[in-house]
Ligand binder design. Structure first.
Ligand SMILES: [Zn+2]
Length: 448
């Protein structure tokens, strides 16, 4: 009872901050940017970038020596020439220089934290304005799927919605402040999933938010039951979305998937439109794609972003371990935002084949073509040219399924890689409820 009351406060409070009239106005304003031409968008980006760089010079000792003497039109050039690329390690090692106020958060600032799946977690200070802007950008993306405030939505992410040991419904929580059905992804089990499917049918959400892995797990359960839910739009985020997941999700769970790319540091935000293109929101942050020498590239490189909205602690030229490249041309949707290729997994989780060349996770999904009776899987690099294929087998799993997987890997993915198959009872999610499908656990193989 007490827990229930606390949730009411928590989500009620969130609704007050996130869904007030101001937020509606911000979304409206952001939507107007979609009709700007390239020049208009660039001029606005320059203005916001100039504001961020000035704030960085004012507030962070690391930049104190840099001249403030440049105009908005010169902001991009100043960024490239005067501001070095920084990363998580730099922030962890030099908090006095790269955090405002001597590294002490002001009471009115919010605290953000990275998940720490790839090392030490990092904290960032956020201004309240930037927190509100974040929500507005997310809501602008929702409008790309015809979703507006007040319509019912379902959420199947890492939220701890109910006690894990709960065996009887409800495995969900209805947040009546903004018509949100929060479902427990921990209860996507044979025993509990029928109740969740039934609840979703009754609730009929206009859209669902999920991790790719949680949506995929639900779609697998639906397939095993010969059922389908036709949720109009699924918004995915927080993990790479793989082709094999998309296929099954579209067949059994949702008509259309709109993916979103972002991170706790909030230095880049890209949103997929109804034509499948991933658009970099250039009014959210300034994004560069840099090669290993720190030079701009049209080929694959690392995402480096500069905030345009968090003036409390401006992250400037912050390098992420995500890799992608610019995609030339204009999208049929008509929006002016530039496009990127799908963002591949973390650099740390790149894996290599028998001859040491990199294997794309999307190619890796070919291993599972036509393979059934696998509940969950994970591919781990455990040595040079050596993968461990971890499987949670379904009831009907046989040696033939295993043989088919190995055959697929050697015929469709990589002919010389050595593969050890390990059967497991479960493959755990991270503490944040996310799941990494491809992992590199081979320390010696890490690039610097
Ligand atoms: Zn588009």
């Amino acid at each position: 009872m007490l827990a229930g009351l606390r949730k009411e406060f928590l989500y009620g409070g969130r609704a007050l901050v996130r869904d007030n009239a101001l937020s509606q106005r911000l979304v409206h304003k952001l939507r107007a940017h979609e009709t700007l031409d390239e020049e208009g968008l660039q001029a606005m980006g320059d203005r916001l970038l100039h504001r961020s760089l000035q704030a960085a010079i004012d507030k962070l000792p690391y930049y104190a020596h840099i001249t403030r003497d440049f105009t908005p039109r010169e902001a991009r050039q100043a960024l490239r020439e005067l501001f070095p690329v920084v990363d998580k390690t730099a922030l962890l090692d030099h908090p006095q220089a790269l955090y405002p106020n001597g590294g002490v958060k002001r009471p009115w600032q919010a605290l953000g934290k990275t998940s720490g799946t790839t090392g030490s977690p990092l904290v960032v200070f956020r201004s309240l304005q930037s927190v509100q802007m974040e929500q507005a950008f997310i809501k602008r993306h929702w409008t790309w799927g015809g979703y507006f405030d007040g319509m019912p939505r379902a959420t199947l992410r890492g939220d701890l919605v109910t006690e894990l040991e709960r065996q009887e419904p409800p495995f969900w929580f209805e947040n009546r402040y903004n018509r949100q059905l929060l479902l427990s992804s921990r209860h996507l089990t044979d025993q509990c999933v029928d109740a969740i499917i039934g609840k979703l049918r009754d609730y009929a959400p206009a859209m669902m938010q999920a991790y790719p892995s949680t949506a995929y797990t639900l779609a697998l359960h639906l397939r095993r039951r010969g059922q389908a839910l036709e949720i109009p739009f699924l918004f995915t985020a927080s993990e790479p979305l793989y082709p094999h997941q998309q296929e099954l999700i579209r067949e059994h769970l949702a008509d259309k998937i709109l993916d979103m790319y972002g991170m706790a540091e909030r230095v880049a935000f890209a949103t997929q439109c109804e034509y499948g293109s991933l658009h970099v929101n250039t009014d959210y942050s300034h994004v560069e794609i840099l090669d290993q020498d720190g030079e701009p590239t049209d080929g694959y490189g690392q995402v480096v972003g500069t905030t345009l909205h968090n003036l409390a602690m401006p992250l400037v030229r912050y390098r992420l371990s995500d890799r992608t490249r610019w995609k030339p041309g204009r999208c049929p949707c008509g929006r002016p935002f530039p496009m990127i290729e799908p963002v591949t997994g973390k650099l740390e989780d790149r894996i290599t084949g028998g001859d040491g060349s990199e294997i794309s996770p999307s190619v890796l999904t070919f291993a599972f073509k036509g393979v059934e009776n696998v509940r969950k899987s994970q591919v781990a690099q455990v040595g040079a040219g050596h993968w461990e294929l971890r499987l949670v087998p379904d009831l009907g799993f046989t040696q033939a399924d295993q043989d088919k997987l190995l055959h697929n890997i050697h015929h469709l993915v990589d002919p010389t890689v050595r593969v050890s198959v390990v059967l497991r009872d479960a493959l755990p999610d991270t503490a944040a409820g996310k799941f990494r499908w491809v992992v590199n656990e081979w320390q010696d193989g890490r690039r610097t």
